[in-house]
Write a protein that binds this ligand. Structure first.
Ligand code: 6PG
Length: 265
């Protein structure tokens, strides 16, 4: 998989388990590629429920043994403004499903400090964490090897929600934001410039409740302000959408009408 930008790949998997397995192979391939090139594999994990099955795959053989986890740096795409042990913490989910089972050095796991009272200061802290880890040249952006994203039924990804000012951020790497949906917990999120400078973006999208949103995404028949995933378009990177059959329910009809690129697995 090279990092030249190409049209997004759409891969339809039979079910959530197949989606997780496909994602585990892709994750592993990208990790082995980075490490073989003599650099750490830097990945931003997604929250939500869909990635949980991927994390369980990575935390067990064969994937657990395939990657030299001492060469992996873990970041997060977004976090809720809750303590790291809170039930709805993205960090807690990733820790319990993945990180607790892997020998990633603690200093290479970069949690978003979203429990801080001043969320904007926390965003700035995490921005410094990214700058220290990636050491981008002045005026350059950190370039992740892989950013994992989910998509909500409202078309949000990370914590970039419809109609929010964060969608239009062009300078900051990380911002504090408010979701437009319950339980209205404030969030920290990577911004689209960071996402769009990633070498690879892998969407994990499952569930019937995403089918209409996937159709709108493929047809691009809504403004990006209403469908934030449309902002994801890496300049020199690849986007792959892994869909389960439920989320892809309307894809055949969309592909007939829109001629969208896709493959079935
Ligand atoms: C979060 C995620 C969010 C998630 C989507 C999809 O903090 O919840 O970052 O963007 O990926 O809401 O969630 P599911 O995978 O549970 O459908």
């Amino acid at each position: 998989m090279d990092a030249r930008s190409a049209s997004p790949d759409i891969v339809i998997c039979n079910n959530r388990e197949a989606l997780a397995r496909d994602a585990a192979y892709r994750f592993t391939a990208l990790a082995l590629q980075a490490i073989s090139e003599g650099r750490p594999f830097r990945v931003a994990l997604s929250g939500g429920s869909t990635p949980r099955l991927l994390y369980a795959q990575l935390a067990a053989p064969p994937f657990q043994r395939a990657i030299d986890w001492s060469r992996v740096e873990i970041f997060f795409g977004d976090e809720r403004a809750v303590p790291p042990d809170a039930p709805d913490s993205n960090y807690r989910m990733a820790r319990d499903a993945l990180l607790a089972h892997l020998p990633v050095p603690a200093e290479q796991i970069h949690r978003m400090p979203a429990e801080q009272p001043d969320l904007d200061a926390a965003a700035q802290d995490y921005e410094q964490t990214l700058r220290r880890a990636f050491a981008p040249a002045p005026g350059e952006w950190p370039r992740f090897d892989l950013i994992l994203l989910g998509m909500g039924p409202d078309g949000h990804c990370a914590s970039l929600f419809p109609g929010r000012p964060a969608l239009l951020e062009t300078r900051r790497l990380v911002v504090a934001t408010e979701p437009g949906l319950a339980p209205f917990v404030p969030r920290l999120t990577l911004t689209f410039p960071v996402i769009n400078h990633s070498a690879h973006v892998l969407f994990l999208i499952a569930g019937m409740d995403k089918a209409h949103t996937v159709a709108h995404m493929l047809l691009r028949d809504l403004p990006a302000d209403q469908l934030p995933v449309l902002h994801v378009s890496p300049e020199e990177g690849n986007v792959t959408y892994l869909l389960d059959r439920e989320a892809a329910l309307l894809v055949p009809s969309v592909m007939d009408t829109a001629g969208a690129v896709g493959s079935m697995e």
